[in-house]
Design a protein around this ligand. Structure first.
Ligand SMILES: C[S@@+](CC[C@H](N)C(=O)[O-])C[C@H]1O[C@@H](n2cnc3c(N)ncnc32)[C@H](O)[C@@H]1O
Length: 257
């Protein structure tokens, strides 16, 4: 699915989308070209998600270096470079993803600015205080948050910006719902609660500047995706848990103090 969507314009994401569905662009579901337009629309919403993340990185200059922690195939890294002209260092556990991202950067002629490497984001080679901004785009549910934020706080400059977009379970609900447990089993991850994010940030010199609930903005993406031939079987868990309030899609932007 990620490759089909990425083939639309060469930006390869492994995350979800935000924003209203453009019904006019989708056209008539009976039309033979409808499925192709639906794929393009899902992809547009996924790129819009990255734009929201980049909007929260603050002032980034051409001389800055950013870290894309858990970079996947590098779609967000490429978009960050295209917007700011800066260097972006991606890290992923997957050698296939790193090779794919580096090949794509070369095809775009930006390999001197965008690079992916196989590396544990909890233990990176970046020098202490050398990075202007960093993010986790849907990659923080695979690791311990204290270890993750300690590493971001180490390599970020004082005053540097950290942003995450992630699904988290809602502490108001008391415990992870059955839908959240299904999502954990499906992706072999460990979704943290919103409170765990805020606590681990506070313990690691990351002071939240914005907490944005993106749940209403991501629901249209999921409802559209559920109607496509690309369904993976996990759509119901996302839709139902977003609707019952047990799961939230949030952006948290924090300053390294
Ligand atoms: C759902 S994908 C998100 C990819 C990318 N951020 C995006 O938005 O397209 C999760 C990514 O996290 C990476 N990941 C998970 N644990 C990691 C770790 N300990 N160190 C580095 N990368 C990790 C995976 O290799 C994968 O690239």
């Amino acid at each position: 699915m990620n490759l089909r969507l990425g083939d639309v314009d060469g930006l390869y994401h492994h995350h979800y989308g935000v924003g209203d569905v453009d019904r006019a662009a989708l056209g008539d579901p009976e039309d033979a070209a409808y499925e192709k337009r639906l794929v393009a629309e899902l992809h547009r919403l996924e790129s819009a998600q990255t734009d929201v993340l980049l909007d929260h990185l603050g002032d980034i200059g051409r001389e800055d270096t950013l870290v894309d922690a858990g970079c996947g195939r590098g779609g967000s890294s490429v978009m960050a470079h295209q917007r700011f002209g800066c260097r972006v260092e991606g890290v992923t556990l997957s050698s296939a993803q790193a090779e794919f991202g580096n090949r794509r950067a070369k095809e775009l002629g930006i390999e001197d600015h965008v690079r992916a490497r196989v590396c544990n984001m909890l233990d990176t080679p970046f020098e202490k205080g050398s990075i202007a901004a960093s993010w986790n785009n849907e990659s923080s549910m695979y690791v311990d948050l204290d270890d993750l934020f300690a590493e971001h706080a180490r390599f970020l400059k004082t005053g540097g910006r950290y942003v995450t977009i992630t699904g988290c379970w809602n502490p108001k609900y008391g415990q992870p719902s059955k839908w959240v447990s299904q999502i954990n089993a499906h992706f072999e991850c460990n979704i943290h609660s919103r409170r765990e994010y805020l606590r681990a940030m506070a313990d690691n010199r990351l002071v939240p500047q914005a907490v944005v609930d993106l749940t209403p903005a991501t629901l249209p993406y999921w409802e559209l995706r559920a109607t496509s031939s690309l369904v993976t079987g996990i759509e119901e868990a996302f839709i139902e848990s977003y609707k019952d309030g047990s799961f939230q899609y949030v952006l948290i932007a924090a300053d390294r103090v």
